[in-house]
Ligand binder design. Structure first.
Ligand code: NAD
Length: 502
């Protein structure tokens, strides 16, 4: 992406959305939004200044006073309309997504579907958002806990699920009565704009949802520092996540961090290998390995290791790289040239560490692929758990196979990384399944399925270095986006002292 002062004819020109108005950023600084499969420039994107973001925060802060008092079922009616519009536009949004970030169309449709599911789920919460009542220890006294909205939510998102992740954050925030300043990833502004247009069309009052485009270091930073922003919901890399934690932590904000992963599929000696192969290929190479839950390690029991590797290599060789809009494509581009180069550096590290690269390796540049950013689906065997390619998040179509002797070693290898997002085990043995549920350190666990495929009504998130203990989606999201208020109502007509008079 480069700075461009003027907008060529025919290019889509994006604007910030602040207080219900579509506005240019101060100074009209802009960058290009590029299709990673073709190199085509698809939009011109404003680069907000600190003052632009401060204006958005100001509007969100003032709007909160009104929005928090709108009954939650009324807020939820808007969310039903958002869900309906998303459903009507699913195909168009999926195509735009593939054009903007590269994932193949079938996966882009799934990304939009997550947003649709989340809209209807959170719309339902408008008539639940349950608190609780509980007996008081004192006579003639009533006790309950209710959910309060918190205030301005700063929402900072990555590019790999450009519709799903913003919906996981903005939908619960808004239904629960918060207002939002949303800063999407610089690589996927178009999908953020489409989502905000849908909110506008669905009748969301001005100022509840505000959108600011721009870099993390300028626009994102303001959200972390401004004291009027009371919570930050961040999904992205560990490096930036740590910075978010320290910077926003200074202001005592509520902070949810959803960070990287180094997810593993364990294949035991009794596994259905056909099924395991399907699960591994889908979760390792889908979205070109750029899902936070992508499988990047296979932990294979020695009894089936050689057979599994041979069959896996044969499958990976058949994967076809290309533009995700083409039906012939299995694996789309990676997000940009810098990402392709970073993946390639890891592949070189793997070779230097002594792992055997049995398939792939290298940025692909034959024919039309030269116009985009494509990395060949890559498979390493002979990987040891202490190698960097077995420990660090690569975020590309690179898979490492690690051989183990038994179940206990498989658990040790699975748990021997700093991350803990998603794990999977293929086995027919119910005893092993329950030991896996007990012993694998991860926020998500799949039995006889790959590492991806979360459903929106269950808690989503990871343990250890994948985050800071919060969960998105499901009922767990309500706890992050609301504040508990405990209320005591004494109707005895006299002073009753808890712990003293009881
Ligand atoms: P990133 O950390 O580079 O960027 C994420 C967001 O943070 C972007 O919007 C970026 O502009 C913003 N940002 C950057 N610097 C900032 C700063 N100083 N202050 C405030 N905001 C700042 O991540 P990415 O490359 O967009 O996404 C890939 C990463 O996201 C991977 O590590 C992946 O595992 C992770 N991810 C995690 C989950 C999860 O739920 N655990 C889901 C998807 C992606």
């Amino acid at each position: 992406m480069g700075c461009r002062p003027r907008i060529p004819a025919g290019m889509v020109e994006l604007r910030n959305y602040i207080g219900g108005n579509w506005v240019d950023a101060e100074g009209n600084r802009r960058i290009d939004d590029v299709n990673p499969a073709t190199g085509e420039i698809i939009a011109s994107v404003p680069q907000s200044s600190a003052a632009d973001v401060a204006r958005a925060i100001d509007v969100a802060h003032k709007t909160f006073e009104h929005w928090r008092k709108v009954p939650a079922p009324k807020r939820a009616e808007i969310m039903y309309r958002v869900g309906t519009l998303l459903r009507e536009r699913k195909e168009d949004l999926a195509r735009k997504m593939t054009r903007e970030m590269g994932k193949v169309l079938v996966e882009a449709r799934g990304d939009v579907q997550e947003g649709i599911d989340m809209a209807f789920y959170m719309a339902g919460e408008g008539r639940r958002a349950f608190g609780h009542t509980t007996p008081s220890e004192l006579p003639n006294k009533f006790a309950m806990a209710v959910r309060d909205p918190i205030g301005v939510a700063g929402i900072i998102t990555p590019w790999n699920f450009p519709m799903a992740i913003p919906t996981w954050k903005t939908f619960p925030a808004i239904v629960l009565g918060n207002t939002v300043v949303f800063k999407p990833a610089t690589d996927t502004p178009m999908l953020a704009l489409e989502l905000v247009k849908i909110f506008e069309e669905a009748g969301l009052p001005p100022g509840v949802m505000n959108l600011v485009f721009g870099s993390g270091s300028v626009a994102g930073e303001v959200l972390l520092k401004d004291e009027r922003v009371r919570l930050i919901s961040f999904t992205g890399s560990n490096e930036v996540g740590r910075h978010v934690a320290s910077e926003a932590g200074l202001g005592l904000k509520r902070i949810s961090l959803e960070l990287g992963g180094k997810n593993a599929v364990i294949v035991m000696d009794d596994a259905d290998l056909d099924l395991a192969l399907d699960g591994i290929v889908w979760s390792a190479y889908g979205t070109s390995g750029q899902r936070c839950t992508a499988c990047s390690r296979v932990i294979a029991h020695e009894a089936i290791h050689d057979q599994l590797v041979e069959r896996l290599a044969a499958r990976v060789k058949t994967l076809r790289l290309g533009d995700g809009l083409l039906e012939t494509t299995d694996v789309g581009p990676v997000i940009n040239r810098g990402a392709a180069e970073s993946i390639d550096r890891y592949v070189e590290i793997g070779k230097a560490e002594g792992a055997q690269m049995v398939v792939g390796g290298g940025i692909a540049s034959e024919g039309d692929l030269a116009k985009g950013s494509f990395y060949r689906p890559t498979l390493f065997t002979g990987v040891r758990p202490d190698m960097r390619i077995a420990k660090e998040e690569i975020f590309g179509p690179v898979l490492s196979v690690i051989k183990v002797k038994d179940f206990d070693e498989a658990v040790r290898v699975n748990n021997g990384v700093t991350y803990g997002l998603s794990s999977s085990i293929f086995t027919q043995d119910v005893n092993r399944v329950f030991r896996a549920i007990r012993d694998l350190e991860s926020g998500l666990l799949y039995v006889n399925a790959g590492t991806t495929g979360a459903e929106i009504h269950l808690p989503f998130g990871g343990v250890k270095g994948t985050g800071n203990g919060h969960r998105e989606a499901g009922v767990a999201a309500l706890d992050f986006f609301s504040e508990w208020k405990s209320v005591y109502i004494d109707y005895s007509g006299q002073l009753q002292r808890a712990q003293i008079d009881a």
